[in-house]
Design a protein around this ligand. Sequence first.
Ligand code: ADP
Ligand code: YYY
Length: 216
Amino acid sequence: MIVTIDGVAASGKSSVSSGVARALGVPYVSSGLLYRAATLLGLEAGLELQNAPGLLAYLQIHPLRLEPLAGGNRIWQGERELTGELHSTRVDAGVSVVAALPEVRAWVDAQLRALPSPFVAEGRDMGTNVFPHAGAKFYLTASPHVRAQRRAQERPEDVPAIEAALIRRDALDRVQSAPAPDAVVIDTGPLTLDGVIQTILAQLPEQQRSRPASSV
Ligand SMILES: Nc1ncnc2c1ncn2[C@@H]1O[C@H](COP(=O)(O)OP(=O)(O)O)[C@@H](O)[C@H]1O
Ligand SMILES: Nc1ccn([C@H]2C[C@H](O)[C@@H](COP(=O)(O)OP(=O)(O)O)O2)c(=O)n1
């Protein structure tokens, strides 16, 4: 079975997906990391981020490999691990431009659809576009201020600067970020991380919840 967890930036998608995936004993798949890695490579290559043909040609020559694990996803370009470089302010600022390119979206979607299920997939359009037949779909929200306060633990900027950047990115990502009509929408603002994870686990079909945890 595929479980999708979509939502706005810093709503808790990757932390929640990791917790749900661990409980189910399956990997989780971070689609955002592929957009982030494409952005990093485009910036490093000095490409205009709107230049879809140039970016795709570069990605064909330097393919990326996503390693989905329950504990955290890793991403590689050959022997080089990019994971630790993907959550910088510079990548945050450029990634929405890259994610708006239909050619790049098709490239990401093809990689995701080639992955063997079961898994938990997180991003923006997992439940709408990439895995519309997923067995369970969730969509996480929280106010920009709550999200900025959370992100401030991980970024050097202060809360107002992070909040402004999140609002800007919400607007740029809006097209692909609508919840699936059959997704359960969860406001994570009043909940702890574990509270969100338990809310999702409680709504999964019984046979899914009782899967023994494996060592993924
Ligand atoms: N319900 C929650 N309560 C408090 N902090 C949370 C909650 N959900 C996520 N966080 C924290 O907020 C930050 C952003 O979460 P993350 O999983 O990276 O979000 P996303 O993948 O949507 O960008 C992380 O530091 C995470 O630990
Ligand atoms: N399925 C997806 C996943 C991410 N994106 C875009 C939107 C976001 O701005 C970036 C980065 O997404 P990611 O989930 O890694 O990060 P945030 O939670 O937004 O901080 O990629 C997308 O358009 N579609």
